[in-house]
Design a protein around this ligand. Structure first.
Ligand code: HMG
Ligand code: MG
Length: 298
């Protein structure tokens, strides 16, 4: 009973670039996002409106968001941590904003300098203001399956946050395996509990591929009817405030797997590879995906 089609949310321009030593120029970011806009992907997370000292790689968020060529079939989204970030995002008319919080106290503090309980009122204000401006709001929960500082995380932590965020008006929660520790068994245990409370359509899964288990975890999530997955082209990515985190599951590998499983993605694999070759050249190192290993980097 796998879904017949899935939605892939490309987070490469945000999650993919935020952990790279080499900072792409603003014009290269724009050119890459414009290419991604014509691959058939319908959702692009293009940047984040966070403090430039915390994430210097995305300090040009406003310029990027203002200068991309918008394809009307694509939702352009961005991460915002607080009202200041939301105001910037609204000033350049992103379609959707994403707020973020961690299931583990230490990662939340390291990442956004607040405790989990201090974060709730901030998110509440951001979500209400964004909805008031006619935006949809997505919520990320990080470290759902494990934390780089605390190790195992009680799933009840995530469930408690889910309840709060849905009550605040979030349209979808993306469950983050921030450091790529989840196994299919954990995904099964988590979703067995979560889907007693919520519909599969309420969730997206956001797997980093640190230990090579992301595709296996995604197939397990498909078994439960989950049909939205975050990924990053070529497998770029990671959170600088989560030591050891490597890239997201690669969009190119994910699309390939779904197509082989007769699950529709709407994505053109050729256009995706072109877009990956473009960013590989700009980032000046081989992209880690399986698909891109077929192409030599020069
Ligand atoms: P803070 O220092 O506690 O902020 O940082 P503050 O509220 O005390 O303000 C201090 C200064 O920052 C002030 O400026 C504010 O105006 C300014 P001053 O008055 O000193 O001149 N400021 C801002 N500037 C620009 N944009 C803003 C902003 N907010 C305040 N939005 C803060 C708190 C949240 C800002 C900081 O910790 C931060 O930017 N953190 C972002 C960290 C981050 O981006 N991490 C990666 C994304 S999360 C992720 O990757 C996980 C995910 O992929 C899912 C998964 O894999 O699990 C989503
Ligand atoms: Mg991530």
């Amino acid at each position: 009973n796998w879904p017949k089609s899935v939605t892939i949310k490309e987070v490469g321009p945000r999650d993919g670039l935020q952990n790279e030593k080499l900072i792409l120029s603003t014009s290269d970011k724009i050119a890459w996002i414009d290419r991604l806009s014509y691959t058939g992907l319908t959702y692009l997370e293009i940047t984040s409106f966070v403090h430039p000292k915390w994430i210097p790689q995305l300090a040009d968020a406003v310029e990027v968001a203002q200068n991309i060529n918008r394809n009307p079939s694509v939702t352009y989204a961005a991460l915002v941590p607080n009202m200041k970030g939301l105001e910037s995002a609204l000033s350049c008319s992103v379609d959707e904003v994403s707020v973020f919080i961690s299931a583990s106290e230490t990662h939340n503090k390291q990442n956004i300098n607040k405790t989990i309980s201090e974060t709730f009122p901030i998110l509440q204000e951001v979500i209400a203001a964004a909805i008031n401006e006619g935006k949809t709001v997505r919520g990320y929960i990080s470290t759902v399956f494990g934390c780089p500082y605390e190790g195992d995380v009680d799933y009840n932590q995530a469930f408690r946050i889910c309840e709060k965020l849905f009550t605040m008006g979030i349209s979808e929660i993306s469950l983050g395996d921030t450091i790529g520790v989840a196994s299919p068994r954990q995904v099964e245990d988590f979703l067995n509990q979560a889907l007693k409370l919520y519909q599969p359509q309420s969730f997206a899964m956001h797997f980093h591929d640190t230990r090579g288990m992301a595709l296996a975890n995604i197939v397990k999530a498909l078994d439960y009817g989950i049909s939205t997955f975050d990924s990053s082209l070529g497998g770029l990515g990671g959170c600088p405030y989560a030591p050891g985190a490597s890239g997201n599951v690669a969009t190119d590998d994910l699309v390939h797997m779904f197509e082989k499983m007769n699950i529709h993605t709407g994505v053109n694999e050729g256009a995706l590879v072109d877009s990956a070759l473009f960013v590989q050249k700009k980032i000046n190192k081989p992209l880690p995906s399986h698909r891109m290993a077929m192409y030599s980097h020069s």
